[in-house]
Write a protein that binds this ligand. Sequence first.
Ligand SMILES: CC(C)(COP(=O)(O)OP(=O)(O)OC[C@H]1O[C@@H](n2cnc3c(N)ncnc32)[C@H](O)[C@@H]1OP(=O)(O)O)[C@@H](O)C(=O)NCCC(=O)NCCS
Length: 190
Amino acid sequence: MLDINFTPFPQLSTERLLLRKLIDEDAEQLFKLRSNPKVMKHIGKKPMTSIDEAKDFIKMINGLLEENSGITWAMALKENPEKMIGTFGLWRIMKEHYRAEIGYMLFPEFWQKGLTKEAMVTVLTYGFQKLKLHSIEGRITPLNTASAKVLEGAGFVKEAYFKEDFFFNGQFEDTAIYSLLSRNFTGGSL
Ligand SMILES: CC(C)(COP(=O)(O)OP(=O)(O)OC[C@H]1O[C@@H](n2cnc3c(N)ncnc32)[C@H](O)[C@@H]1OP(=O)(O)O)[C@@H](O)C(=O)NCCC(=O)NCCS
């Protein structure tokens, strides 16, 4: 069984980004992010409607962190570390299977600049090298072509496709599951 300890918080950095702890002061940005219809289009969760939801979300994230069962980083540009521009997480950690699920989102003004790709290498390196995960999965609706590109670009392979397994907004949606094994990760450094 995997033994995980997120204390002290593993702050990470990439060429342009700081991946830091999500704090109460991020609530307003988090609310803006998770209430943005463009960002939430393929997330399978209702957009947030109040800042209190964002505050509760941060509490939930920090609860998972304390239990060592999930980690979410706030993404910020190194030149402006206080301003959260997105989130990146490893959650649904299945310790008995050395496996976790990855998730990420950022504000549209920062899309298509390679920032997710950059953060992805660092988070995968952390997941495989430090946490000792054996595999990491990404679950997406097949309509999320941007996310599919991100996963494929990082070496993930589409391993499963479930038809109409996800009921959301009155509709049954498909799910594609991508996975990356630690031995197939070409690597990065922390
Ligand atoms: C998915 C998301 C995080 C991608 O972030 P991003 O920072 O724009 O991605 P990057 O700039 O790092 O691009 C990585 C690769 O994906 C490709 N890509 C990104 N967005 C794309 C799009 N909309 N259409 C086609 N390709 C796209 C890039 O061209 C790049 O390809 P390359 O490796 O061949 O150069 C962003 O679109 C987002 O926040 N979406 C809303 C939230 C979401 O759906 N999250 C995923 C939930 S599963």
